[in-house]
Every structure is written in structure tokens, then in C-alpha cells.
Design a protein around this ligand. Structure first.
Ligand SMILES: [Zn+2]
Length: 291
């Protein structure tokens, strides 16, 4: 479904907006531009017929790039730090930590199930660049943390912020893979907040246009709450595997398996990196100690 937001911007909504799909934005201007391509295949076929010139990916994740190759002869643009993980399925795998966490079998299934392949990126974006699309001018704002090259796009004239996976969901930010960084992510959420947008269009929440300052703070604080949980769990020295069993991210109501344990461990690992930098935790052999 394509829902007009204003004369140029349109929200592209698939039947679901969770992984492996997202909300996309269609900009009808001098060129036809699609921001993120994580829509369902029926919508991709429709967009292909309408004619898309440029796809801009907020970041490399599959649920934001899945239709890049199904939209005809498009130019693909993405920040230079995430372009390698679109160009190479091997680099995609590395960033998800399948190898580093000895979960290569899970990785193979993930790549196969989603049919992730090497795909082109034609232009690498950089922070501060203005994308002049005709009437719409988008400022590229590098907002790393969720992924190294995550970007949001700010339309200064209307105050609309296209925020990708700084998505303002109540679950909080997702950072359960080794290429995430929490200091960067907190800084990026605050950067979005400081823009004081009039409207946010996020990858998994769609249009959010009320209580934005409070919502950004609540969203950022989800990270700090989980950080406290990691610290509380470290009442005694624990391994990453033992910390993963606390299910800080997906909880006890969810059906638990090897796959979820893999994500839990990576999420805890990302918190531990920040806690070590802050001098609150140290590592000795395979155990983590609260200082
Ligand atoms: Zn993402």
C-alpha cells in the first residue's frame, strides 16, 4: 500500500513491518527515489512498474535492502561503511557475528532462508551531504551504532526525519550483532533528538509525529535499562553463555532455542564492550567480573 504523506513523500507499507520487512519511503520528484527496499514482492513489482531510478538504503540489513535487485535498473546509494556488507554476502555474515560466535551453521541457514547474495552499490554517501532530488533536499546524517554506516535523512524544509532503524519501537533499539556499538548508538539517538524533527518516519513504526522528544529519550533509555540488567546479572563472575541464559533481550515468554541464545550472547557481548570501556567490568579468561 502506498500512502501519501505530502506532495512528494509517500509511505510504502507492506502487510508486515517487522523483519524481514520494513516501511519504505517513495519520493516522487525529478527522480523516483525509494528509501529502503524492505517491502513485500507484490509491492516491489508495483514499484518496478511505476519506475524507480534510485534506491537509498539507510543501512545494509536485509529487511531494508531485500528488494534492491528486484526494482529494475536502479542506482543504489548507501553510506560507505555499510556498502561492503551489501556488496558481499561474506562481509554480511561477518558483521552478524556468525563466525566469531561459532554459529556458522545458523549463519548458513540465515543466508539461505533470505537468499542473501552479493549486490551492487553505485554511490557511497557521506555525512553532511545534501541530496538534491528536485523539490526535496535530504541531508545525510551518519548515525552509526545499529550498524557502522547507518544513516538518517533529514528534510530541513518540512522537518521530516527518515530514521531507518532508529525506529522508536517500544522494544528499543536492536544491536545484537558484533558490528553494533552502544556509545555510537546512544550518540546517534541524541543526534536525531537534537534535530527536533516535526515528524519521524521510521523503518518499523512508520509515521510518528507526537511526543517525539520523550519518545527518543524512552528509546535511548531502553539501552541503559538493559545495561543495568547485565550489571545486576554479574553478581558473580559469569561467562558469555551464562549471561546469555538471562534472556535480557527476548525474555522467558519466547520459545527459546540455539538461535535465540546466539542473539542473546551477542547482545550481552555488545553491552560488555561498553561496560569494560567505562571501567565497570573486566574480563579474565572467559569470565566477566563486575568491578
Ligand atoms: Zn537494521
Amino acid at each position: 500500500m502506498i500512502i501519501p504523506i505530502n506532495r512528494q513523500l509517500n509511505l510504502v507499507k507492506s502487510h508486515q513491518a517487522g523483519f524481514p520487512y520494513c516501511y519504505c519511503i517513495l519520493i516522487k520528484d525529478q527522480s523516483q527515489v525509494l528509501i529502503d527496499s524492505g517491502c513485500s514482492s507484490d509491492i516491489a513489482a508495483d514499484l518496478r512498474q511505476q519506475g524507480i531510478d534510485i534506491v537509498i538504503n539507510t543501512h545494509f540489513h536485509w529487511d531494508h535492502t531485500r528488494q534492491n535487485q528486484n526494482l529494475g535498473q536502479v542506482q543504489v546509494w548507501c553510506h560507505g561503511l555499510d556498502a561492503p556488507a551489501i556488496r558481499s554476502a561474506d562481509i554480511y555474515m561477518e558483521r552478524y557475528g556468525f563466525k566469531a560466535f561459532a554459529a556458522e551453521e545458523i549463519g548458513r541457514l540465515f543466508i539461505q532462508a533470505n537468499k542473501i547474495t552479493d549486490r551492487p552499490v553505485h554511490r557511497e554517501l557521506y555525512d553532511g551531504e545534501i541530496l538534491d532530488l528536485g523539490k526535496v533536499h535530504l541531508r545525510v546524517i551518519h548515525t552509526p551504532g545499529h550498524t557502522p554506516g547507518h544513516c538518517v535523512f533529514f528534510e530541513e524544509h518540512t522537518g521530516i526525519l527518515i530514521s531507518g532503524d532508529i525506529d522508536l519501537t517500544s522494544w528499543g533499539p536492536w544491536y545484537l550483532h558484533i558490528c553494533s556499538d552502544l556509545d555510537d548508538l546512544i550518540g546517534s539517538i541524541e543526534k536525531c533528538m537534537e534535530l527536533r524533527p516535526s515528524m519521524v518516519i521510521s523503518g518499523h513504526k512508520g509515521i510518528v509525529d507526537h511526543d517525539l522528544q520523550a519518545r527518543f529519550l524512552t528509546y535511548r533509555d531502553c539501552i541503559l535499562r538493559k545495561e543495568d540488567e547485565v550489571l545486576r546479572a554479574l553478581d558473580k563472575p559469569l561467562t558469555l553463555e551464562e549471561l546469555g541464559a538471562f534472556r535480557i533481550f527476548y525474555g522467558f515468554k519466547t520459545k527459546f532455542d540455539k538461535y535465540l541464545q546466539f542473539w542473546e550472547q551477542q547482545g550481552v557481548y555488545i553491552h560488555l564492550q561498553r561496560l569494560i570501556r567505562k571501567g565497570l567490568v573486566r574480563r579474565e579468561a572467559d569470565r566477566y567480573f563486575r568491578i
